[in-house]
Design a protein around this ligand. Structure first.
Ligand SMILES: C[S@@+](CC[C@H](N)C(=O)[O-])C[C@H]1O[C@@H](n2cnc3c(N)ncnc32)[C@H](O)[C@@H]1O
Length: 1003
């Protein structure tokens, strides 16, 4: 019996939920534990597991209703989750005086804040409240649409905007459970009951779910949370730590969470006492520092003073503070001055006034002289390599470092007598510089002992990495501690040292380790100072997926680490009862058997996990071994799966073969991967095929908010979920038999998706249909161990040039062609059969454009499906995320060729001249019809010239084609009404008028 997910999946609703979860930023359940890249949304995992466990019945409609009920994504469930939003006034009321002043006006948000900024301010307010205050704030929620009928009529994404996420409510109501149990023959009253009963039925026990690439832990965590036995493994111990923490700290329930909170609070208090006693963050005016800003400075040849470098000297947009530089007689160091300026000056500074690092060049702040490029300062040999004992640059290093601003804070009485925090920026004075020296001395006194004990990093940075190589080149840094200022090493090391004394239980040790990881991310030489008004604070190292060096950066004093340090601000209602296990193994070596493997491999990934993970591992070091003596405290980069070449394929086949060997015959796998190029789907399919698995379904869920950390190319927007089973019997296949089977399967798959799409909100978009075609082909192909005697593994690794396709690829491509042909834009059903492939391509492309698709990859993929090799003449724009087709007027007269012209010679045409070879579109009837529309537009909507053109061009054939032309014109007419298609307004109107003229045309 197939599982629910092998027959259908509620893609549109799930995508909306996944998007909502992603947008919650810090409100995501696992992100507080620490940074990991590419965590999968928990709702996607929950739905995937339940979809694999729930059997499909003969009633797909009812299956879908029940499945949505289990997830509280049915209409009743959504209403139940809709508690409404907390009004802005209530947020304001709950905020600290500082946040009130910075972020709110009397009646609402300060102008100019983006939705994301508002979310993050709300998160800050929430984090600062105690449980009682949170409840009081939460009680102020009001349903925005109090009427159920009106609410149900809203599109799903709008409805859930006002809802709790499914993971944050109790689960289905008792009424919903009655329906679920009646349909499934179960007797559950909670998700874990249901999971246990379904598991018992299929596997004879509670289902065991494993993830061989567990990363940040989403898959094992969610599996355990819904009642499965969870197993997680990752090569990287940092990932192991995060996964363990998700299961045992978060999943440990309130008692464990409270213990961790309490230990971390004691550690922070002890560190604060010590820092205050040292006197490195306080001045003699009763103020404490809450930000230190450092910059790099250089002395170009011929210049007799050091030039401090920054791309902007705006210190605070809101406070209107800027930094100016002055010459001091007798010194080669310039003196900073912090001044408050007019709004116009702020704007000028924001735009780069006074900047000393412009387009990679050093500009003199006093004379404006362009000295040289920063790169040239590094010299032909590159920079001096720092040694382990270097904590600050040596006097003769090219890049020096200096403190240039301190932000001081003090609590004073406000106008109403209530205490408020007063802040000011100042350039460092001699006493501040003495405190800098003291800080360095204090660190030097402890440096070696702390390194030996593992309280501060001592590991060398691998030089040969994509990310890490940059640190050597750009700064000469060779050890992980070089990424931190002396202040950072002293305060972070102090927290580590005190933790080592106070944290005794494994849970408390892990809590403190995660705290150290979090503050390393919040406070390092790689944390940019963000002067914009929404922030005026330091960024995080991993705002992107890279280790980027900056010319000026921020350093947080201890009081500014108080939100980063605690892993929990409050207890979270998660408790994991079942046993779970986390290990740090190479996926090739796993020996653990699971009923369901759900994995998200590092496929052709832009993320260098092993390099980025080392940033944290450097801080965990010996403390990690104290908590997990059985783990290898090393990222083992040489074993990491990466890239997309042959080595990658070989590793993947080996890993998935190993996983298939460690699952029962009725077990299932899901492989999730996020990649923008649909071409790689087939490649992955081949790998899994070679590993002894057969595909049974594939779905795409939109899981990413736009373009976060993606450097180039199309945005990654979808996660493909391939569902697989073990190929138990190795049967041979024969291509001539396989082709018709593939065709039937593709037709069946598309028809069943179209049936689901009808009526309600659309579930699938074009990418989904194409993917389904791949999956349908894979479904047929992967049942066989060989095709025409050829072994699939051999085919995967066969050396071919780019142009040569294997038989396997040809079958898959044929599937896409069939799918493309089956997907007829609504309204073109009667004309479709008579159109050539290139005409179909143009119309399908317009169809997806009118539905908002702008990704170039989709237009290219579509072209592959229709066998169109050159789409350039049809595109108005080929930008990665702004692809658009030409309108009839945009096509103008260029590329118009006589009907049926196909020679490679340029062909003169009536009102235009084609250059080069004739493009098949240029000579197509549709192209001439588009020309007639353009004629109508050009003649102020007089249809006569257009009609005449058609009659001249088609001669007697005109009368046969007239009906078809009218149908096409009516379809094109509707385009102008689609959202975002204003470019079509004039041509659509022309199409309407021309259609009318053709209707009334008589011989
Ligand atoms: C895309 S991430 C997984 C993210 C995870 N699903 C989550 O939600 O956080 C891929 C993971 O594979 C791990 N990895 C790479 N090579 C591996 C290998 N040979 N064995 C096990 N894990 C490996 C990486 O460390 C990384 O954590």
């Amino acid at each position: 019996m197939p599982a629910f997910i092998e027959t259908q999946f509620p893609i549109a609703r799930l995508s909306a939920e996944a998007y909502k979860e992603r947008k919650a930023n810090n409100g995501q359940t696992l992100t507080r534990l620490g940074k990991w890249w590419g965590r999968k949304p928990l709702i996607l995992i929950r739905a995937s597991l339940l979809g694999m466990l729930m059997p499909a019945s003969i009633d797909p409609k009812r299956d879908r209703e029940i499945f949505l009920k289990i997830l509280t994504m049915d209409d009743d469930g959504v209403w139940q989750r809709c508690k409404g939003e907390i009004p802005v006034a209530a947020w304001r009321e709950a905020a600290s005086a500082e946040i009130q002043k910075d972020s709110f006006l009397a009646r609402g948000w300060r102008r100019g804040l983006t939705e994301e900024e508002q979310d993050s301010i709300c998160a800050r307010i929430w984090e600062a409240l105690n449980p009682l205050q949170r409840k009081a704030l939460d009680d102020q929620r009001r349903r925005p649409v109090p009427d159920r009928v009106t609410f149900d009529a809203l599109p799903y994404a709008q409805r859930i905007a006002h809802c709790e996420r499914p993971e944050n409510i109790e689960g289905p109501t008792s009424t919903a459970w009655a329906d679920i149990n009646a349909h499934l023959g179960t007797s559950a009253s909670s998700l874990s009951d249901l999971v246990a009963q379904l598991g018992q039925r299929t596997f004879g026990h509670v289902p065991r779910v494993g993830d061989a690439f567990c990363g940040g832990g989403s898959i094992p965590f969610e599996a355990a949370r819904i009642g499965c036995e969870a197993f997680g493994s990752d090569l990287n111990p940092v990932a192991g730590l995060l996964t363990w923490a998700s299961l045992h700290l978060l999943g440990g329930g309130r008692v464990v969470q409270e213990e961790v909170m309490q230990v971390q609070a004691v550690v922070m208090a002890e560190a604060d006492r010590q820092v205050s006693e040292w006197g490195i963050e306080h001045n003699d005016q009763g103020e404490r520092a809450d930000a230190f800003l450092y910059c790099v400075e250089v002395k170009p040849e011929g210049c007799d003073y050091f030039i401090p470098l920054a791309p902007s000297w705006l210190v605070g947009e809101r406070t209107k503070a800027v930094c100016r530089w002055h010459r001091v007689p007798g010194s080669d160091r310039l003196q900073p001055e912090i001044v408050v300026v007019t709004p116009e000056e702020v704007a000028a500074y924001k735009a780069g006034k006074g900047a000393t690092a412009v387009d990679g060049r050093v500009t003199d702040p006093l004379t404006g002289k362009d000295w040289c490029s920063i790169e040239s300062l590094r010299g032909p040999q590159g920079l001096r390599r720092w040694s382990n004992d270097d904590i600050v640059p040596r006097p003769d290093d090219v890049f020096q470092e200096r403190l240039y601003v301190i932000r001081w804070v003090k609590t004073v009485a406000g106008a109403d007598g209530k205490p408020v925090e007063s802040r000011r920026y100042a350039a460092p004075n001699p006493a501040d510089l003495q405190r800098e020296t003291l800080t360095l001395t204090l660190l030097q006194q402890r440096f070696h002992a702390w390194q030996a004990a593992g309280f501060i990093p001592s590991k060398a940075i691998p030089e040969q990495g994509d990310e890490t190589g940059r640190l050597f080149r750009e700064r000469g840094w060779t050890h992980w501690h070089h990424l931190f200022t002396p202040r950072q090493l002293l305060t972070h090391g102090l927290l580590a040292e005190v933790s080592g004394r106070i944290a005794q239980s494994k849970e408390a040790i892990v809590g403190c380790l995660l705290g150290l990881g979090r503050i390393a991310n919040w406070d390092s030489r790689l944390c940019l100072w963000m002067a914009n008004s929404a922030n005026e604070g330091g960024s995080h190292v991993f705002n992107s997926q890279a280790l980027n060096t900056f010319l000026n950066y921020s350093n947080r004093p201890l009081i500014k680490l108080d939100t980063a340090w605690p892993v929990f601000n409050d207890t979270v209602a998660v408790s994991i009862g079942r046993s779970s296990r986390v290990i740090t193994s190479d996926a090739r070596d796993l020996r653990h058997t699971c009923d369901l493997w759900v994995t998200d491999p590092p496929y052709a990934d832009a993320v260098n996990y092993h390099e980025l993970g080392d940033f944290f591992l450097a801080w965990y070091d010996r403390q990690l071994t104290r908590a997990f003596p059985e783990w290898t405290p090393d990222a083992r980069a040489e074993l990491a799966v990466r890239g997309d070449g042959d080595d990658f394929r070989r590793s993947m086949v080996e890993i998935y073969r190993n996983l298939a060997a460690h699952m029962p015959d009725n077990g299932m796998q899901m492989v999730q991967f996020t990649h923008q190029d649909p071409g790689v789907w087939a490649d992955l399919g081949m790998i899994l095929w070679a590993a002894g698995l057969k595909a049974t379904a594939a779905w795409t869920i939109s899981t990413e908010t736009e373009a976060v950390g993606i450097k180039k190319g199309n945005y990654v927007t979808g996660t493909v979920c391939l569902v697989l089973r073990k190929r138990v019997k190795p049967e041979p296949g024969f291509l001539d038999e396989v082709y018709p089977l593939v065709e039937d399967e593709v037709r069946r798959q598309i028809a069943s998706m179209q049936a689901l799409d009808e009526g309600g909100e659309p579930n699938f978009n074009d990418a989904d249909y194409q993917l389904a075609a791949y999956a349908a082909a894979l479904k047929v192909l992967t049942q066989y161990a060989t095709l025409d005697g050829k072994d699939v593994e051999h085919e995967v690794f066969a050396v071919r040039d780019r142009a040569t396709k294997s038989d396997f690829q040809s079958v898959i491509e044929r599937a896409i062609t069939i799918a493309c042909d089956l997907l007829i834009p609504r309204g073109l059903e009667s004309s479709w059969r008579d159109l050539s492939l290139v005409e179909r391509y143009y119309l399908r492309a317009l169809d997806i454009e009118s539905r908002g698709e702008r990704r170039k990859g989709m237009y290219e993929e579509l072209a592959r499906g229709f066998g169109v090799t050159d789409i350039r003449p049809l595109l108005k724009s080929d930008q990665a995320n702004g692809t658009r087709m030409h309108t009839p007027s945009g096509l103008a007269a260029s590329g118009l060729a006589p009907l049926g012209a196909g020679s490679s010679q340029p062909v003169p045409v009536r009102r235009g001249r084609a250059s080069g070879a004739v493009h098949p579109f240029a000579a197509s009837p549709l192209r001439h019809l588009l020309f007639a529309i353009r004629e109508t537009t050009l003649n102020d909507l007089n249809p006569e010239p257009g009609r005449q053109y058609l009659r001249d061009t088609f001669g007697q054939g005109y009368w046969n084609r007239r009906e078809r032309f009218m149908a096409l014109l009516e379809w094109l007419e509707a385009l102008g009404n689609a959202h975002g298609m204003t470019e079509w307004t004039a041509d659509s109107e022309a199409a309407r008028i021309l259609a009318g003229r053709l209707r009334n045309d008589h011989a």
